[in-house]
Write a protein that binds this ligand. Structure first.
Ligand code: MN
Length: 430
């Protein structure tokens, strides 16, 4: 039996106050879905099995390049982070795993494993970091890492990634995610082809160190920190990388890493079609890589992404098993609250996408009935699936209203007293 952090009495009391209303709402929605030929319990069962990983770096307070304003009770180390992740898991029952970032989360792997298993948590993809310099590092990544002009710097970056795999093996992780900040700020600063060639050669060495049952995720991002050119800048380049490397290499789609107005759901469809969709970093944005809470700006786009995923799931697409991870930075909210609600938003998009009448949609598409086709998607999206999500949480031991239960438990005030404030100052996008 796993340990819990939030008192079971607090959760039960909050759930008891909401239970009767939830039951009524669930039955009412069930009746309406039944009229559409949908069994509500089937959708709830699928939601109960849906999981999304918490990024260890997400439970701390983020920042911008101008400043970072620390929050109360911020985790001091990876062991505090694991406890915060356990709270998110307990109340949402949607986040059974944590995704680690090395060297930020570096600690004795056996101790890490022990700390997580106390709360029934597992480990998702490992993340390497060659976009900043670690304290004891010999060579700097100021001018790049895996694509650096200097062979010794590239070697150091390769070794770091191989170390991440080694740590992950002890933890039970099955994937390595590689995102690099390599690129250039000025025209002429780097030779595009040579830099990409160096990157590919370095990635081939990392790929060679991957266990047979692991996946390698490469994450593209169109700009930042390099503003003129970026080595892995878009999904096309990412697809080339995954194709060059081999069957264990897949593309990771971070929703914030595209140009404005890009049709991300179509990218998702293409990657599914050619068996190279590795998974997601869910978040939302108004302008660029804002790292806002999933579904906070454009929930319809999140739904449209899930529409593609559910389409592939129902079609039984060969080898289709994308990883779901959040990747967010919380500057003005309590990170635990943001991550709980983001996990729920991702589940919501999944549940809504399960409601799409796919047979009707296909017939409207075949008949070129654009209006009814798009209304078919809207009918699913407009359905308030909250009772399904809440019932899934209640059934699996979570909270009907995770934020209310979390606030009632007073967890933030408790850890604020135990964990001294981290110093302010300096920029700090995470
Ligand atoms: Mn990301």
């Amino acid at each position: 039996m796993s340990e819990i952090i939030i008192s079971a009495d607090v959760v039960e009391k909050d759930n008891a106050a909401r239970n009767a209303d939830l039951k009524r709402d669930y039955d009412s929605l069930g009746e309406r879905l039944d009229r559409r030929g949908i069994a509500i319990d089937t959708i709830r069962d699928k939601v109960e099995k849906f999981a999304v990983a918490i990024p260890s770096w997400g439970v701390g307070t983020g920042g911008t390049r101008f400043a970072r304003f620390p929050g109360a009770g911020e985790p001091r180390d990876i062991f505090d982070k694991i406890e915060d992740c356990a709270v998110i898991r307990q109340l949402t029952q949607a986040t059974p795993t944590v995704s680690l970032h090395i060297p930020w989360d570096k600690a004795d792997p056996n101790r890490l494993k022990q700390a997580a298993s106390r709360f029934g948590l597992g480990f998702d993809a490992m993340n390497s970091n060659t976009f900043s310099d670690a304290r004891d590092q010999t060579l700097s990544y100021k001018f790049g890492s895996l694509s650096h002009a200097d062979a010794a710097t590239r070697r150091q970056a390769v070794e770091h990634n191989l170390e991440c795999i080694e740590i992950g093996k002890t933890l039970g992780s099955k994937a390595l995610t590689v995102w690099i900040g390599d690129g250039s700020n000025f025209p002429g600063q780097v030779n595009f082809a040579k830099a990409f060639e160096r990157y590919l050669d370095a990635m081939k060495e990392i790929y060679a160190g991957l266990p047979d049952d692991w996946k390698l995720f490469t994450e593209h991002k169109m700009y930042e920190p390099a503003f003129y050119s970026t080595v892995v800048q878009d999904w096309g380049t990412n697809y080339m990388i995954a194709t060059e490397l081999g069957d264990k290499a897949f593309c990771l789609v971070d929703l914030g890493h595209h140009a404005p107005n890009v049709n991300i759901e179509m990218i998702v469809s293409r990657l599914i079609q050619f068996k190279k969709l590795g998974g997601f970093h869910f978040n939302d944005s108004k302008y660029g890589d804002d790292d806002l809470d999933a579904g906070s700006i454009d929930p319809y786009r999140l739904f449209l992404v899930f529409n593609e995923l559910v389409d592939a799931e129902l079609a039984g697409a060969d080898g289709f098993d994308p990883a779901h991870m959040l990747d967010q930075s919380h500057n003005v909210t309590d990170p635990i609250e943001s991550l709980m609600l983001s996990a729920v938003e991702v589940q919501r998009a999944y549940a809504q996408a399960l409601l799409v009448d796919r047979r009707a949609l296909e017939s409207y598409q075949d008949a070129n009935d654009a209006l009814m086709a798009t209304q078919t998607l809207k009918a699913a999206y407009r359905t308030d699936v909250e009772p399904i999500l809440a019932m899934a949480r209640l059934n699996t031991g979570g909270a009907i209203d995770p934020v209310a239960a979390y606030r009632a438990a007073g967890y933030r005030a408790k850890v604020a007293a135990e964990r001294p404030a981290v110093a302010s100052g300096g920029g700090g996008i995470v």
